[in-house]
Design a protein around this ligand. Structure first.
Ligand SMILES: NC(=O)c1ccc[n+]([C@@H]2O[C@H](COP(=O)([O-])OP(=O)(O)OC[C@H]3O[C@@H](n4cnc5c(N)ncnc54)[C@H](OP(=O)(O)O)[C@@H]3O)[C@@H](O)[C@H]2O)c1
Length: 165
C-alpha cells in the first residue's frame, strides 16, 4: 500500500525557515531528502515552490495554492487548490506521497501522515517559520541516526524516522 510521508529539517526551536529559505547548508541531509522523495508525488506549498524555484527532478511535483490562476511556468508541475484535491491525486497514482513543506502544508497534512522523517539540526538559527512539536501519542520512533558537523554539513544533525501508531 502506498504511504504518505512528511519530510523536514528543523532546528532546536522547531524552526524550518528564515526569510523564505532554509537557513543552513547540510549536503548530507539533502542527499537523504533526495532518497526519501525520489519517485514520489512530492507536495509543497506555493512559498516552498518559490524558494526552490524549479521542479525537483524524478518526482511528480505538486504545488498547493489558493490562487486560481497561479501557474508554475513548468508543464510537468501539477497545481492544486485544496487538500482534497491532493488526496484524490494520491489515490489515483500508484506512488508514495512525500509532503515537503513548508509549515502551512505540514500542518494541513499531519492528520494524513503515515510516516515522518525529521532531521533535527543541532543549532538555533533565529528562524521565522516553525513546525509544531509532533504528538508522540500518535507516532512511534523507529530509528535515530547521528551525523557529525563537517565540511559538507554546517551543523551536526540527527535523523529520526517515525511511524503512525
Ligand atoms: N527546513 C525544511 O525542511 C523546510 C521545508 C520546506 C520549506 N521550508 C521553509 O519554509 C518556509 C515556507 O513555509 P511557509 O509555511 O511560509 O509556506 P508554504 O507552506 O510553503 O506555502 C504556503 C502557501 O501554500 C498555499 N496554501 C496554504 N494552505 C492552503 C490551502 N488550504 N489550500 C490551498 N493552498 C494553500 C498558499 O499559497 P498562495 O499564497 O499561493 O495561495 C500559502 O501561501 C520557507 O522559509 C522555506 O524555505 C523549510
Amino acid at each position: 500500500m502506498n504511504k504518505i510521508k512528511m519530510v523536514w529539517a528543523e532546528d532546536q526551536q522547531h524552526a524550518i525557515g528564515k526569510d523564505g529559505t532554509i537557513p543552513w547548508h547540510i549536503a548530507d541531509d539533502l542527499k537523504l531528502f533526495k532518497a526519501e522523495t525520489l519517485n514520489t508525488l512530492t507536495v509543497m506549498g506555493r512559498a516552498t515552490w518559490d524558494s526552490i524555484g524549479r521542479p525537483l527532478p524524478k518526482r511528480t511535483n505538486v504545488v498547493l495554492t489558493r490562487q486560481e490562476t497561479w501557474q508554475s511556468g513548468h508543464e510537468s508541475v501539477k497545481v492544486v487548490h485544496s487538500v482534497d484535491e491532493v488526496i484524490q491525486l494520491f489515490k489515483q497514482c500508484d506512488q508514495d506521497m512525500a509532503i515537503i513543506g513548508g509549515a502551512e502544508i505540514f500542518k494541513l497534512f499531519m492528520p494524513f501522515a503515515d510516516e515522518l522523517v525529521i532531521t533535527r539540526v543541532q543549532a538555533t538559527i533565529n528562524g521565522d517559520t516553525f513546525v509544531d512539536d509532533i504528538n508522540r501519542d500518535d507516532f512511534t520512533l523507529q530509528s535515530q541516526k547521528n551525523y557529525e558537523k563537517n565540511d559538507n554539513n554546517d551543523y551536526a544533525f540527527i535523523v529520526e524516522h517515525y511511524l503512525k501508531k
